[in-house]
Design a protein around this ligand. Structure first.
Ligand code: SF4
Length: 190
């Protein structure tokens, strides 16, 4: 599937970036994390969550007692969408049709991994999983059922924690708290 995705042309984003950045992790993962799209570093490395947001997620998972190596990490959209400004590639948010086009790959990953718990990191991931726009604040902190029948949780994307100016420490602590509850829930379902 990973090899097949390298040639994907389901939306125009195949023209963007260096390569398709597919998900990775063990196929028996208890938790699947879904982010928005690869960033600049992920696009170059061909691996999800290796840039600053991924490093923040790593740190938060350690603090929450969740073993990242036992989780599957992927993105709702698998190509890096950006605007070129001089030498810099500035992140550009994927639109609805792009999220919908790339949902096909998430569905294939979910069929293969069948995670007991899926975590939507941010609004784009939540839109992909639930098939409609949702409000993170209204859905955070409790389990939901996704259309394919799995259990899903919703929290912020770690890039939000890098950008936020107000209450930065409290927002990070709340994120770690979300991950701690999700880890406990995954253990309870094992
Ligand atoms: S973003 Fe997703 S659907 Fe669009 S070309 Fe890339 S892999 Fe295919």
């Amino acid at each position: 599937m990973r090899a097949e995705a390298t040639g994907c042309t389901r939306c125009d984003l195949y023209r963007c970036g260096t390569q398709t950045v597919f998900g990775e992790g063990p196929l028996d993962a208890r938790i699947m994390f879904v982010g928005e799209q690869p960033g600049d570093q992920e696009d170059r490395a061909g691996k999800p969550f290796v840039g600053p947001a991924g490093q923040l997620l790593d740190r938060a998972l350690v603090e929450a007692g969740v073993d990242r190596s036992a989780t599957y990490v992927t993105n709702a959209v698998k190509h890096f969408k950006f605007e070129q400004r001089g030498k810099r590639r500035i992140h550009s948010k994927p639109n609805g049709p792009e999220i919908d086009a790339c949902r096909w790959w998430i569905e294939q990953e979910r069929i293969l991994v069948r995670p007991p718990i899926t975590v939507a990191l941010g609004a784009t991931a939540a839109r992909s999983l639930f098939g409609k726009a949702v409000t993170i604040g209204a859905m955070r902190g409790r389990p939901h059922t996704v259309p394919d029948g799995g259990e899903a949780w919703v929290t912020v994307h770690p890039s939000f924690l890098l950008r936020v100016q107000d209450n930065k420490e409290q927002e990070y602590a709340r994120f770690v708290g979300d991950l701690r509850v999700i880890g406990e829930r995954a253990r309870a379902l094992a």
